[in-house]
Design a protein around this ligand. Structure first.
Ligand SMILES: O=C(O)CCC(=O)C(=O)O
Length: 296
């Protein structure tokens, strides 16, 4: 199993009230390495992205016949885990082409929240990630890891995890190891599940997780350990996004501005979008400190 057991899980504590008190918001961020915002995003915008991702699932034959699109009921004959296999890649390329999936990362409520946290202008990475988890595939739950291993650049990069629709515990939302960023960069070893790398987690760790609702957002520091919980439903797909943000004045690694997986170029992703769409290459022309990726 990719997910590690969690002995202590605390519920999600909404810190929306701290958005008008940025000093307290930052203090909480420094202490806990994660912040949860109930209903930060308009559920309608989130559901629109869900509808389009599920449309791709249906086109690829991954939904049960006759089921309602928005229910996300998996075709019982199909189980595909995130990987480089052709069926996954074909699905994922179509998701990357969805304009609203990329636009949601730039939602003004999200950017405003991060401006309050950073106290400066925000750089949203353009390498946006969508996760789709089938039921009965626990080996494909995301193992405990620190995003910094994959992102590099500024430690002060934060990931926003957003469920595309309601995500009750049994559907397998994100669990965050509260305060673990204070342990610094940990040794990363081979792991099973998305990313393929994991860190060791102490038994007495305190985790945060629970039932997420459509519109909720949890953000976490790049050194905060987190993992995907198993999808223990009998038939539902779990769909979520990971978007990443940092203060714009900090260094950013070049690959954080490339398409996730690099299976498509930006020009291929943008092919069917309006010529003048402001979401296209929104970061070009900004004065960024772009650094190259060091070989490991
Ligand atoms: O959605 C998940 O299962 C985990 C996502 C995650 O941790 C990541 O992309 O860094």
């Amino acid at each position: 199993m990719a997910m590690v057991d969690m002995k202590q899980i605390h519920g999600l504590e909404d810190v929306t009230g701290l958005l008008t008190r940025p000093d307290e918001l930052r203090q909480r961020a420094v202490e806990q390495g994660c912040l949860f915002f109930r209903g930060l995003l308009d559920p309608g915008s989130v559901l629109e992205v869900r509808r389009q991702v599920l449309g791709v699932c249906r086109d690829h034959g991954w939904l049960a016949d006759e089921s309602d699109l928005m229910d996300g009921v998996a075709n019982p004959g199909i189980r595909v885990g995130e990987s480089g296999i052709p069926s996954w890649q074909a699905f994922y390329d179509d998701v990357q082409r969805i304009r609203d999936f990329h636009a949601l990362a730039l939602d003004p409520s999200m950017i405003g929240m991060l401006e309050a946290l950073f106290g400066e202008t925000v750089l949203a990475h353009s390498r946006n990630i969508c996760r789709l988890v089938f039921p009965d595939m626990n080996a494909h739950s995301t193992p405990p890891h620190q995003d910094n291993y994959f992102i590099g650049g500024s430690d002060e990069t934060w990931t926003a995890w957003i469920p595309l629709g309601d995500c009750p515990e049994e559907l397998g939302g994100l669990a965050v190891n509260r305060g673990s960023h204070r342990r610094g960069m940990l040794e990363t070893t081979e792991g099973v599940g998305p990313g393929g790398r994991q860190v060791y987690v102490e038994d007495d760790s305190t985790w945060v997780g629970g039932d997420y609702e459509c519109g909720d957002v949890i953000i976490l520091h790049s050194l905060t350990i987190h993992q995907g919980r198993d999808n223990v439903t009998s038939d539902r797909l779990r769909i979520s996004t990971d978007y990443r943000y940092q203060p714009r004045s900090h260094p950013v690694r070049e690959d954080s501005l490339q398409p996730h997986m690099n299976w498509l170029t930006w020009d291929e992703i943008y092919e069917q979008w309006d010529e003048e769409d402001p979401v296209k290459y929104y970061w070009k022309g900004w004065d960024l400190d772009v650094v190259t990726r060091e070989p490991r």
